[in-house]
Design a protein around this ligand. Sequence first.
Ligand SMILES: [Zn+2]
Length: 429
Amino acid sequence: MLNSTDRDGALPGTNLTQTKALNRRAVFDAVRRNGPITRTELAQKIGLTVQAISNIASELSMAGLIRQQGKRVGQRGQPAVELSLDATGGYTIGLSLAYRRISAVLVDLAGKVIASEAHDLAERDPHLTAEALGLLANRLLQIASVRRDKIWGIGCSVPGTVENGTFWYDKVQEADEWTRFPLVEKLEELTGLRAFAENDATVAAIGESLYGVGRVARSFFYLHFNLGIGGGLIIDGHPYRGAFGGAGEIGHMIVKPGGRHCACGSRGCLEQYVSLYAAAETICGPTRTPDEVPTEELIACSRAGDGRLLAWQQEAAQYVRIAIRNIEAMFDPDTIVIGGGLPAELMDGLIAAATPLLPTMTHRHSSRQPRLMRAEHAAELPALGAAALPIAIAMLPVSSSASWRTTTTSAPMMTNPALAALGFDSLWQ
Ligand SMILES: [Zn+2]
């Protein structure tokens, strides 16, 4: 499989098969986002002829991915058939690995949760953790009574950096055991399903792109507040992971030259001032592991108007303002989405303290969206974003999909007839 370095900078070519697959993806994705929609409206939206749309719609309908039904009432002339997503045409499983907790959801193509489950993790061994995740995925399949060949794949959200299906934690003590652990390969062996893993901030952005803010914003930056702070980037409806999977790592943007030391080796990184760690540090001194971040105590301090926490908020807010202005200058997104696991009280206080934002560039004044939007999906369901991952990857243009495909597992993979019939599955082979 080619990746960006193999191509050595060359523009990727395309062939007729790929072009057909691309058109099917475009129609499917437009119906998924905008349905119910008529063929004429679709043709205008994606630049294909009505005849081409009709042909593809028939194929998608035969594969059980869209429905052609319903007549509009109250309009003159020939009533138009409307196309809409058949949410039962496929399913995905989302897994979330967080500090000492794993959760999972099985959702249909519309993102409706069919089954979910979560467990605390007593073990931190990577092999046992992978087994627990695989077990959880298999359990959801049983509970939901969904056939394996209807599953598009498994997405897994991890709190670290992902490269070629392996990942490592960025900051916790167990980091060494996890260094380049082949999580994706393990999950595929355990489930027989195609799996993908990605950094939790990028996964949260993908979830919002498919099931939340993405309905009104094609390009946005997701500011993901957790123990640390990360970011995910959606450009023209597609996630962007960068050359090495680290795009959007805003926690390591330097906001204070010569400031506090950061584990990355720099000084003055955003995460040193704006994160749950940083908030906790103001209350109880330097913290070492996520177990020691006293979330309940922070919430109590916030409610009591604790002066130390208010001082943190004021300092953090000025760096949030700088970060937002810099993101706008760099990416010019429709909006910036703010979400993650920061307790609601702290998040509300931080946003209030950061308002008004720094003045933006004049060309952005015509934007239809506010500069800052709250994520629609809360941190309680990080696995939902993970469930969106296989769909988002299936919808990528062929040229940019290679970096998301990670392993060539030797385990036999379940093939999905709908994906295969429609050429969606170049990444699944
Ligand atoms: Zn740093």
